[in-house]
Design a binder for this molecule. Structure first.
Ligand code: PEP
Length: 254
């Protein structure tokens, strides 16, 4: 059966000391539950400078380290950038790619993301690949066309073997950081669509095995209902990942 997963995306928040304190609290509060059989995998996607230190703090069982971005090239004269290989060298297992904030503020296109995906996979990282529509697209009733295109252009160029490493995150842009969550029915509808597209692009088995996360103002109150949907396998959590008690409740919401 596919892996349940909860990823915390800290974005550009917290000092290192605050981040360390948060990891200590999360490990104490959620550690025993995450170590139990059948528990979701937990991924902490922290800012680049914190990766190596946070890796040392993670409990041994069930917790993984993730980055929020990587460069598409292996190495070279790209001042200020961080390669997938560097991320692996400090203990990263996952990397978020295609987050709507990166698409919007850093002009990351499907073409660039395809290159980043290849670089991440070649280095041995598991990409958490984000897709999601704007409010305008949803209101124009074009959600499925839009997400179908993001999947085709951004993801479905991968081989079967590479695709098996990918986690997909459905993050409606209108729900990210807004306090406006998709209803569980809206989330389930899009997740089922994504799974059906994966079955068409790859195989029914690949579709069944792919972890699909929901992201967008998921919190301690709504996670249970969202995670109860048959095609929702966990969450990519922003704001609520910055509070140990809320994040722990979300981890325990399956
Ligand atoms: C995110 O940034 O991936 C996210 C889902 O943020 P939030 O939970 O704060 O909406």
């Amino acid at each position: 059966m596919r892996q349940k997963l909860v990823a915390g995306n800290w974005k550009m928040n917290l000092t290192y000391a605050e981040g360390q304190a948060l990891v200590t609290e999360i490990a104490a509060q959620a550690g025993p539950a995450v170590a139990a059989p059948g528990a979701p995998v937990v991924v902490l996607c922290v800012p680049f400078p914190y990766l190596a230190g946070v890796k040392q703090q993670l409990p041994e069982s069930g917790f993984y380290l993730g980055a929020q971005n990587c460069h598409q090239k292996e190495s070279g004269a790209f001042t200020g950038e961080v390669s997938a290989r560097m991320l692996v060298s400090v203990g990263c297992d996952y990397v978020i790619l295609g987050h709507s904030e990166r698409r919007q503020y850093f002009h990351e296109t499907d073409d660039l993301l395809a290159q980043k995906l290849k670089a991440a996979l070649a280095a041995g990282l598991k990409p958490i690949f984000c897709v999601g529509e704007s409010l305008e697209t949803r209101e124009a009733d074009k959600t499925f066309d839009y997400i179908g295109k993001q999947l085709t252009d951004g993801l479905f160029h991968l081989s079967n073997e590479d695709f098996a490493q990918v986690v997909v995150a459905y993050e409606p842009i209108w729900a990210i950081g807004t306090g406006r969550t998709a209803t569980s029915a809206q989330a389930q509808e899009v997740h089922a669509f994504i799974r059906e597209r994966i079955a068409r692009a790859y195989t029914a088995e690949a579709a069944l095995n792919t972890t699909i996360l929901y992201g967008g103002s998921a919190n301690a109150q709504n996670a249970k209902e969202l995670f109860a949907q048959p095609d929702v396998d966990g969450g990519l959590i922003g704001g609520a990942a910055l509070k140990a008690a809320d994040f722990t409740t979300i981890i325990q919401s399956f």
